[in-house]
Ligand binder design. Structure first.
Ligand code: ADP
Ligand code: MG
Length: 696
């Protein structure tokens, strides 16, 4: 193994390589674009393209691809070789134009109806703020994706726009506060990624895992996660080898893979990177998920990124650690040693509090998916109710601002002991805040409701935009003040007072929180269709229009696409269950019943004093259950057939799938799992939960 510092980023056309390979003037011009967001010149792009190509060829590449994130949420790529005819042969070419603009056929990517299929054209544009890299013999160029007519068709463009918006508004506020040296503000993200690893041979025997990413049948194993012996437990040899390989692959690609450990459920693990700029974090998280899957193949494992692969044990999430920092190196969400005197911190905190309160429905919407619906509210992930945790210290500070009383920082006492306040915040908050969907963790917020498979682009552009919006309102309220300090204090007090309902420092799993949240007027949107009732609410549409993140048509397209995806996923799950039920489970149980019947008859033929009660009871029980199972299968089939009638309206269609199809799936599963517990494992057609969860 080569040394990590040498290996790190070896597959990336990073700053160091650009510095080495680009003429000084080109490098400087590119840097200006990357750091200050200045538009890029084609002459600069030509030089960069040539240098990139030379490097890529040295790295063994023959092709390049624009790499983008269409509305499917996963990444897309189309590879072009560098060849250009030259006499009898070819030369290797790559122009600035090819670097900047690509033209993949866009017809088969979801567009939510904003683009007819015959208008197939779509463009990809280079995002110079996220470095290009080499993978599988191609040069990968991170890009944004839009249609021929300019409509945004991806997850990346809104994110980049929202980062600009937040920067602009935050800089204006900082200038008001006297920080005129700040010219740019960046949002940073560190996404902690959970996943399951299972044996590939077992996986290949389960069509539910293959087709839907989760088990649709499966009785609970005798052991689950109740002993808490997996969380942070010693990592098994095979898993450790996988993790080592994964780290190396990610480091080579410049991904700051930092922490790895076993998670709560058996066979569940986590990888956390060191945070970076939001759009790079987004690209890196997509890469991480892809490399996780690919590396698993090498180890005859399968990496499951579904939010709920197994019933009865925890599903997988993704914690989105988020903060804002200035180009002068200041973290704007860092309270410092004396948050009570830190008006700048309080003001940014107030912006986040107001944003989360006013747009709680959007935050819920942005994490909604068929898979994640299994987790939210199931006492394993944060509940579906969005609230904010500030911790005791900050919670008291906010309360004292509201009450107009003096805040005595408990941190002060600890400063005497030589422990800095920041560390104290962390210590105090660690345990209880695990139940909060949106928790302050020292110098950042941790949005914990994301599902493991989610593209983090959407939650982050929504979060950035809502905070930018609040900051712009703050600016309007403050800009003409003669006494900025007094005005800021008044504003902070007003905001905390009006929006304190969103702050909840207690146990989010407690039953009385549901009632309390209702009293406070907070939403409790249990499923995707519930949440999507609010997607097109006027205030939400206006948020994105006003801040020029997406147009109304683009916003509506996103709504339609997500609803359509949800229905399609549930439809596939239902059809897979029906297939499994009819072709495998019913025949298997019938065969086992027959075996028991034959045994009983054979015993009787031998002598009528041999007891056959065991066989008879099993035959009776399983025969009854099988009748029920076959009926439930037919009911599910009818439910799926009935869906067509509801398809005219996306939301109605989704509700039908949630309220009718999904309910039938649950009923079918319950009876199926109950039969599994009575059927000999030789007869049961699928690997059991014990095999799957404890098989690696
Ligand atoms: P905690 O103790 O709260 O878990 P860690 O320092 O372990 O905090 O960080 C957890 C995750 O949060 C990591 O991915 C880390 O890189 C990320 N993180 C830390 N600081 C920031 C920040 N300023 N902005 C965004 N993410 C951050
Ligand atoms: Mg965490």
């Amino acid at each position: 193994m080569t040394k990590v510092p040498e290996m790190f980023g070896c597959m990336v056309f990073n700053d160091k390589k650009m510095q080495e390979r680009l003429p000084k003037s080109t490098y400087k011009a590119l840097k200006k674009t990357v750091q200050d967001g200045e538009p890029l010149d084609i002459s600069v792009a030509n030089v960069v393209a040539a240098a990139m190509k030379d490097w890529a060829i040295e790295m063994g590449c023959t092709h390049y691809t624009h790499w983008f994130q269409p509305m499917t949420g996963i990444t897309a790529e189309k590879h072009d070789s560098f060849i250009a005819p030259n006499g009898d042969g070819v030369i290797m070419e790559f122009s600035g134009k090819e670097l900047i603009k690509g033209e993949p056929d866009a017809s088969s990517f979801p567009s939510g109806g904003i683009r007819a299929t015959f208008e197939a054209r779509g463009y990809t544009t280079w995002d110079p703020t996220s470095p290009a890299f080499v993978k599988d013999g191609s040069l990968y160029i991170p890009t944004a994706f839009c249609s021929y007519t300019g409509e945004v068709l991806d997850k990346k463009t809104p994110l980049l726009r929202s980062m600009e918006r937040l920067s602009t508004e935050a800089v204006k506020i900082l200038h008001l506060l006297g920080k005129t040296d700040v010219t740019r503000v960046t949002t940073t993200v560190g996404p902690e990624q959970e996943y399951f690893l299972i044996d590939r041979d077992l996986y290949n025997q389960r069509e539910d895992l293959i087709l839907t990413g989760r088990t649709l049948f499966g009785a609970k194993a005798p052991k689950g996660q109740e002993l808490d012996d997996h969380y942070f437990g010693a990592i098994k040899t095979r898993v450790a080898a996988y993790m080592r390989d994964l780290d190396e692959e990610l480091w080579k690609l410049g991904v700051l893979a930092k922490t790895k450990h076993n998670e709560v459920a058996p066979s569940q693990h986590e990888l956390a990177p060191i945070f970076t700029t939001s759009n790079i974090a987004n690209d890196h998280n997509e890469l991480t998920m892809e490399i996780m899957k690919k590396t698993a193949e090498k180890h005859n494992l399968v990496c499951l990124l579904h939010e709920k692969p197994f019933a009865g044990v925890n599903g997988s999430g993704k914690h989105n650690n988020w903060s804002i920092s200035t180009n002068t190196g200041e973290n704007l969400l860092s309270p410092g040693k004396h948050p009570e005197n830190n008006l700048q911190f309080q003001l940014f905190l107030a912006a986040v509090v107001k944003a989360v309160h006013e747009y709680q429905d959007l935050l819920r919407i942005t994490v909604a998916s068929a898979g994640n619906d299994h987790r939210l509210g199931a006492h394993e992930a944060p509940p579906a109710i969005i609230s904010m945790y500030l911790g005791d210290d900050l919670g008291q500070l906010v309360q004292s601002v509201i009450d107009g009383t003096e805040y005595v920082s408990p941190g002060k006492e600890r400063v005497k002991t030589g422990v800095d306040v920041l560390a104290d915040f962390r210590k105090d908050t660690s345990d209880r805040n695990r139940t909060s969907p949106f928790a302050f963790t020292g110098n950042k917020f941790e949005f914990r409701a994301l599902g493991s498979a989610l593209n983090i682009g959407c939650p982050n552009y929504m979060l950035n935009t809502m905070v930018a919006e609040e900051l712009s309102q703050f600016y309007e309220a403050l800009k003409d003040s003669d006494d900025i300090e007094t005005s800021v204090k008044e504003l902070i007090k007003k905001v905390f007072t009006e929006h304190q309902a969103i702050i909840f420092n207690g146990d989010n799993y407690a039953d009385d929180w549901v009632e309390e949240a209702q009293r406070r007027g907070l939403y409790n949107l249990k499923s995707l269709p519930d949440a999507f009732e609010h997607f097109m609410d006027k205030k939400n549409v206006e948020l994105f229009l006003k801040n020029k993140i997406v147009t109304e048509a683009e916003y509506r397209a996103r709504y339609e696409i997500e609803l359509e995806t949800y229905c399609k996923q549930l439809n596939i799950e239902a059809l897979t269950m029906i297939d499994m039920a009819k072709k495998k489970i019913t025949p298997a149980v019938a065969a086992f019943v027959r075996e028991m019947t034959d045994t009983a008859l054979a015993k009787k033929a031998l002598s009528d004093i041999i007891p056959t009660s065991v066989e008879e009871e099993l035959v009776m029980s399983l025969s009854n259950k099988l009748v029920c199972f076959v009926n439930k299968t037919a009911e599910l089939e009818n439910a799926v057939i009935g869906a067509g009638e509801h398809s005219a309206d996306g939301l109605e269609y989704a509700k039908y799938f949630r309220n009718v199809v999904f309910e039938k799936m649950q009923e079918l599963r319950a009876i199926g799992d109950s039969m599994e517990t009575e059927t000999a494992s030789d007869f049961w057609p699928y690997p059991s939960y014990t095999d799957l969860l404890f098989g690696v």
